[in-house]
Design a protein around this ligand. Sequence first.
Ligand SMILES: [Ca+2]
Length: 407
Amino acid sequence: MRNRFRMSLVLVFLTAACGRGSAPPSPTAPIPPTPPPPSPTASLAPPTPTPAATPILPSPTPPAAFQPRVEVVATGLEVPWALAFAPDGRIFFTERPGRIRVIEGGRLRPEPVATLPVAATGEGGLMGLALDPNFAQNGYLYVMYTYRSGNALRNRISRLTLRGQTAGEEVVLIENIPGASIHDGGRLAFGPDGKLYATTGDAAQRDLAQRLDSLAGKILRLNPDGSVPADNPFPGSYVYSYGHRNPQGLAWHPTTGQLYSTEHGPSGEMGLCCRDELNLIRPGANYGWPVVTAAPGDPRFVDPILHSGDATWAPAGMDFVTGERLAPWRGHLFFGALRGQHLHHVVLGSDGRTVVFHKELFRGEFGRIREVKMGPDGALYFTTSNRDGRGQPRPGDDRILRIVPGP
Ligand SMILES: [Ca+2]
């Protein structure tokens, strides 16, 4: 099937959305001076001269002549939560009820490579998936999922080993991350520094997000063997950043190596609504939840670089476009919107912090969109989430789709 771009989509400039143009606040939390090093393989986006003290705003360059189309990769799925591409072309993905499945040679294998005994309740279940940077040699897959411990829900991060068509030999890396039927975070991704990053939600206990002795409401950073990296911002702690409500997206800029994360804003807590966030993540920084939301300029916290104001996106997976195939979008950031039912297209300025423009693509066309991931084939993959209990399933749902050059 083909879906043309809707060029009538709203183009919104950030200066209106964020409402603050002056210098960013400097958080009081200790900030180590060195961000993760840039990816050695990143060479595709234009160089980013950033030393200027004042953000330079390149003129927006909407790709007017670019007509992508959408291809169907797989159908009949149940809440595909995360995608991971193996070096040999296989596509691994999680389904939230507990299955790890694989698409091989363009065909979905009917049998999962693993079915995990997860607690698939509410927003929890089998969520994040990442393949080891040396996956071709060691077959390691990393997963994050919700499980039941007595009467409580918890989340854990585990490593599995793939042998043939079966993944097993589970090694638990982190246990007892607070869980709940909502706000479980769950995204896993390897950074360009070779460390494994994970997002955790506040597990509906919002005050935990400000507590450095809790793993809830955080972005965590760990060595692949589950130990704490020696250069983490808080010695002996997995915590990389804190003050998060329910972050569910992680992506590193292809040239600067800087980390970005999407986060769900309040849905009724303290009488607040909406204000979903896109954050530029700095090690050790405090992103404010539940003390502040949106971008109030409180110097104790780091404001988002973009937020949804009074609208709700419910942002999830995200990635930057790289490569030649979608060249007009190279270096642009895309994230899926569940409640917002669209793919959010973001162009950053050369400072990596200013949003030059952003717009909503495919609004309503595919329903809820959860995972977004750049494929090794140069296509941008995304997944629907219409069978998660909050959507309206359509024929073929849930689906994995990909954007390729059109028409
Ligand atoms: Ca925040």
